[in-house]
Design a protein around this ligand. Structure first.
Ligand code: SAM
Length: 224
C-alpha cells in the first residue's frame, strides 16, 4: 500500500468527512455539482466507451460512487476504488448493486489490462503534480489496449491551496489546481493520446477556478 504524506492526509480527511460529503454533495451526479457541460462530457465518454465494447469501467477515486452509478445507469459495467474506507462504505450503501474496493490510485487492486475505461472525477486534486506520473503509470498498467479515460479537475497553474479544516474535519488538506498543460504533458509521457481537452469557466456557485476535462486513450488505440 502506498502511503506518502499527501495520501495519509487525503485518507484521514475523507474518512472523517465522508458523511458530511454525502450530506453536501450527495451520492449521485447532480445539476448542483455538475454543470450541463460536465454531464455532457460524462455522457459522451459513456457513449464512446460503450462503442468500444469494453470490460468494466473504473471510477478511480470514487468517493460515494456518484460517477460509477451515473455510468452504470448508461449501460456500463462500473466499479469504484477509493483510498478512504468511509467513502467506500458510503458508496456500497448508496449503490449496493455495484462493486467498490478500497485502494490507491498508484496501486490499484486490479490485474494488468483488466479494465476497459477509467474516470478520475476530481480525484487527483489532492495529488501533488510531481506524483501524477505514478497515477498514469498505474492507469496504463490496468487499462486494456483499447482503453480510454476521462480526467476532471479544477484548473490552475499547479498551485496548492491549504485547507485547515477540510470538509469540516479537523485535519489539514492540501488541494492542487493542476496546470492543464502539465497534466497533458504527463499523460503524453505516460504513453496516452489526448482525444479531447475542454476547459470551462466557473459556472456553479461554489466554483472559483476554471474546470478542466481531458479525454485520453492508450496510444495503441485504433480510432475507426
Ligand atoms: C473530491 S472527492 C471526489 C469523489 C468522487 N469522484 C466524486 O466526484 O464525488 C476525491 C476522492 O478521491 C479520493 N482519492 C484522492 N486521492 C486518492 C488516491 N491516491 N487513491 C485513491 N483515492 C484517492 C479521495 O479519498 C476522495 O474520495
Amino acid at each position: 500500500m502506498c502511503e506518502p504524506d499527501h495520501l495519509a492526509s487525503t485518507r484521514a480527511v475523507y474518512d472523517h468527512s465522508a458523511a458530511q460529503y454525502v450530506a453536501g454533495v450527495g451520492t449521485a451526479v447532480s445539476a448542483k455539482f455538475e454543470a450541463p457541460l460536465d454531464r455532457a462530457v460524462l455522457d459522451a465518454f459513456a457513449e464512446s466507451v460503450r462503442s468500444q465494447e469494453p470490460g468494466s469501467v473504473l471510477d478511480a477515486g470514487c468517493g460515494p460512487g456518484r460517477v460509477a452509478a451515473y455510468l452504470a445507469d448508461r449501460g456500463l459495467d462500473a466499479r469504484g476504488v477509493d483510498i478512504s474506507v468511509a467513502m467506500i462504505d458510503a458508496a456500497r450503501a448508496a449503490h449496493p448493486h455495484l462493486r467498490f474496493d478500497q485502494g490507491c490510485l498508484t496501486a490499484l487492486p486490479l490485474p494488468d489490462n483488466s479494465i476497459g475505461a477509467a474516470v478520475y472525477w476530481y480525484s487527483i486534486i489532492t495529488t501533488p503534480p510531481s506524483e501524477l506520473p505514478a497515477i498514469w503509470h498505474e492507469l496504463r498498467r490496468v487499462l486494456e489496449p483499447e482503453g480510454q479515460a476521462l480526467v476532471a479537475f479544477q484548473a490552475g497553474q499547479g498551485e496548492s491551496v491549504e485547507r485547515a479544516d477540510a470538509y469540516g474535519s479537523s485535519a489539514a488538506l492540501t488541494l492542487y489546481r493542476h496546470s492543464v498543460d502539465d497534466v497533458l504533458t504527463s499523460l503524453r509521457h505516460g504513453d496516452f493520446d489526448i482525444r479531447a481537452e475542454i476547459r470551462r469557466q466557473p459556472d456553479l456557485p461554489h466554483e472559483t477556478t476554471p474546470q478542466a476535462f481531458i479525454l485520453l486513450a492508450r496510444s495503441d488505440l485504433q480510432i475507426p
